[in-house]
Design a protein around this ligand. Sequence first.
Ligand SMILES: [Fe+2]
Length: 283
Amino acid sequence: MRTNEFVRKDVIVPGLEKEYRILHITDSHVVMCNEKEGEYVIEGDGYWNGTKLIDFHNLRHNHFRVEGVPSSELFEKMCDELAANPDCADVIVFTGDILDFFSQSAFDFIKKNIDKLKTPYMFVIGNHDMIFSGKPESEMKKIFTALTGENPDLQKMKLGELTLIGVYNGPYHYPEKSLNDLVNALEGEDNVVLFQHVPLSTKEFHKYNADRNQPDWSIGDQGVCNGDGWKTVFDIVGADDTPVKAIICGDCHVEHESKLGNVPQYTSPLNANYPPYLYVIHS
Ligand SMILES: [Fe+2]
């Protein structure tokens, strides 16, 4: 990855006076555990229940290698390059699955590399980051506050005329706290770029998945519609006066663009295989 290899996406937000560059990194799927961590036997997950973590590691290590290079090395190299070029973007936003599964050594590894960055960043947790830890979610989220800041469910950052909001929807729905935090965070805002791991359902995205014989893991009536939280988010995004001007997500490992009402939604592909996407937001 070289910083001039970023894939540029232009996002139009009418009325903006300046231009803002947000570098999006999603689904790096760093696969890592040490010998002791590898002895852990996965429990509580239907399919992998009873599997030794090292066996899962070995499968995933091979799956995410690119031309023989492990995803962890690719991540480290990318962070070194970004650290050497801090002006490559105004903000870097991570939207989950930076870890393929949780181990303390993998977490320490990504934290060490993210700590090298001199560009401000926001970190949103995905569905993979916390799996197979053997610890309750509340404990895991405490660990992740080292990257998310004090609230692992919602981050908010001002970027000139924009407000960047990152919300946790990793479990393919909006947990009550995420949803409440989101509603509160949107209060009084008018130029919000919303970041989340899992995209919302759109007709185009559903068709895109159907055409490829892939399941639709987006949140909403055409994808995964657990709970009712998604209805609130659809209402907010679909309102004529919505403060949300764009949604940027990961999870599906492909590049896609569609619309919810007037609001564009972008998904960036697997960072293990592709360079980060640079969203340039202007009028
Ligand atoms: Fe992923």
